[in-house]
Design a protein around this ligand. Structure first.
Ligand SMILES: C[S@@+](CC[C@H](N)C(=O)[O-])C[C@H]1O[C@@H](n2cnc3c(N)ncnc32)[C@H](O)[C@@H]1O
Length: 381
C-alpha cells in the first residue's frame, strides 16, 4: 500500500484531541500542529478519517510544503508538480487560498490565481489539455495555505466541512460547532453508562453528539458524499468496503440517559427535529425548563452537566456574570455532585465563581469558536 503525507484541519485549541482521535481511528501516528494535524497514511486511512472523525473539518493530501517569499516562488513550486494523476480533463477545479502570514507581499486572491495558472500550465504541458476552472462548484479543489515562511498545497478530499453535520435541519441562531460539542463530551469524561444533561441545549448539539458517540454513528458517513469519492485515482470498490465496515459497526439500539432542556419552546421544537434527523430520538429526552430553577424540576442527579450558555453578546457584563452565578447556584441546589463541563467567554470570572462555590477546576482550554475566543472548563466538587 502506498503511503502519502496528509494534513487535516480542526478547531484551534482542539489539535491534541483531534490527533488522538485520528490516531485511534486510523491506527497511525499523528502530529498536532496549529489548527491542524499531520500524518502519513494511505487513501484508505484518509477515507476512514473522513467518514469517522468527529473533530476534523477537512482532510487534505499534502502535495507541497516549502519555504516561500514571493508569488514567483509560489508559481515555481506549484508549476513543477504533476496534476494529470489527480484531475480528469473533464473535471473542473478551483484553488482556495488563505494567507495567515500578513507580511507576504501579495494577497490570498493573488496566491489562488497564480496557483491556478500553474496548475493549468503544468497540465497543458503534460497532457496538452486546458483545464476548466469553476470557482463556485468545482469538482476538484486545491487549498493553498500561506503561513509563517511556508506554503502548504493540499488536495481537498472532504468537500463540505465535516463540522456541518447531516442532522442540522434546524439551525439555532447561537448553535455550537458540533466538533466543539463532541470535544466537550470527550473532555467531560462521559461514559455511556452515565447520565448527561445539557440544561441550555438550544438546537440539541451537545446531546446529539453524545448520542451519536453512543451509537457509534460516523458523522462523515452520513453526509451525501465526500470529495474523495470524486477523485479519479481512488478505488471506489475499496471505498465501498470501508463504508460498509463502518456502517456495520453502528449500534442503533444502544440507549443511554441523555437529556436536553432549554427555556425556549422554539429551540426545543428545533432540537426535536435535529434529534429525529440524527436518528437518536430513542435516547435523547427533551424538556422545556428554566436552568436557573433546576431544583424545581430536576428529579435526578445527572453524572454530567455539559452545556453552552449564552455568550452574553447581547447582555452587558454584569448581566452575564449574574447569569453565570445564578446558574451555578441552581446546579448546586439541584445536583451538587454532577461534574460540570461548560464553554464560556469569561473564563476568569467563571472560574472565580466556581471556586467560591467549592468547585475544583479539573481542566481548562481555550478554543477559537469562529472569531470568538472561548474556554472549555471542566469542574467538580
Ligand atoms: C448558546 S445557546 C445554546 C446553543 C446550543 N448549544 C446549540 O448548539 O444549539 C444558549 C441557550 O441557552 C438558553 N437559555 C438562556 N437562558 C436560559 C434559562 N434561564 N434556562 C434555560 N435555557 C436558557 C437559550 O434559549 C439558548 O438556547
Amino acid at each position: 500500500m502506498q503511503y502519502f503525507e496528509w494534513f487535516a484541519t480542526t478547531v484551534t485549541g482542539l489539535e491534541d484531541l483531534a490527533a488522538k482521535e485520528v490516531g485511534e481511528i486510523a491506527g497511525i501516528p499523528v502530529h498536532p500542529d496549529i489548527g491542524k494535524i499531520f500524518f502519513k497514511g494511505t487513501f484508505e486511512h484518509a477515507a476512514v478519517i473522513n467518514y469517522s472523525s468527529t473533530l476534523i473539518n477537512r482532510v487534505y493530501l499534502l502535495l507541497a510544503r516549502e519555504e516561500i517569499e514571493t508569488l514567483e516562488d509560489l508559481y515555481r513550486i506549484t508549476r513543477r508538480l504533476d496534476y494529470t494523476w489527480i484531475i480528469d480533463p473533464s473535471q473542473t477545479f478551483a484553488v482556495k487560498a488563505e494567507r495567515h502570514n500578513k507580511r507576504l507581499p501579495f494577497t490570498s486572491m493573488d496566491a489562488a490565481a497564480w496557483t491556478g495558472r500553474a496548475i493549468i500550465e503544468s497540465f497543458k504541458a503534460s497532457a496538452n489539455i486546458r483545464l476548466k476552472v469553476n470557482l463556485d462548484n468545482p469538482e476538484i479543489e486545491f487549498y493553498c495555505l500561506l503561513r509563517d515562511s511556508e506554503v502548504l498545497l493540499g488536495l481537498d478530499t472532504t468537500g463540505e466541512s465535516l463540522h456541518r453535520r447531516y442532522y442540522r435541519v434546524y439551525a439555532h441562531r447561537a448553535g455550537l460547532q458540533p466538533t466543539i460539542a463532541s470535544a466537550m463530551i470527550k473532555i467531560s469524561g462521559w461514559k455511556r453508562s452515565e447520565s448527561l444533561l445539557d440544561p441550555m441545549c438550544g438546537g440539541g448539539t451537545i446531546p446529539i453528539e453524545a448520542a451519536i458517540k453512543l451509537k457509534n454513528i460516523s458523522p462523515g458517513l452520513m453526509k451525501r458524499g465526500i470529495r474523495l469519492e470524486k477523485l479519479k485515482f481512488v478505488d471506489l470498490d475499496a471505498l465501498k468496503k470501508i463504508k460498509k465496515k463502518i456502517e456495520d459497526s453502528i449500534n442503533r439500539d444502544a440507549v443511554a440517559d441523555i437529556t436536553g432542556s432549554d427555556a425556549s419552546p422554539k429551540s426545543i421544537e428545533g432540537a426535536g427535529r435535529n434529534i429525529e434527523a440524527a436518528g437518536v430520538s430513542d435516547t435523547v429526552k427533551l424538556m422545556i425548563r428554566d436552568c436557573l430553577q433546576m431544583d424545581k424540576w430536576l428529579t435526578w442527579e445527572p453524572d454530567h452537566i455539559v452545556t453552552n450558555p449564552p455568550y452574553g453578546i447581547r447582555m452587558n457584563v454584569r448581566d452575564i456574570v449574574g447569569f453565570y452565578r445564578r446558574f451555578i447556584e441552581s446546579v448546586l441546589r439541584a445536583s451538587p455532585n454532577s461534574k460540570l463541563t461548560i464553554i464560556i467567554s469569561k473564563p476568569r470570572t467563571f472560574t472565580s465563581i466556581l471556586e467560591e462555590k467549592n468547585y475544583r477546576v479539573t481542566s481548562s482550554r481555550e478554543v477559537m469558536y469562529g472569531r470568538l475566543r472561548a474556554t472549555i472548563i471542566s469542574s467538580e466538587r
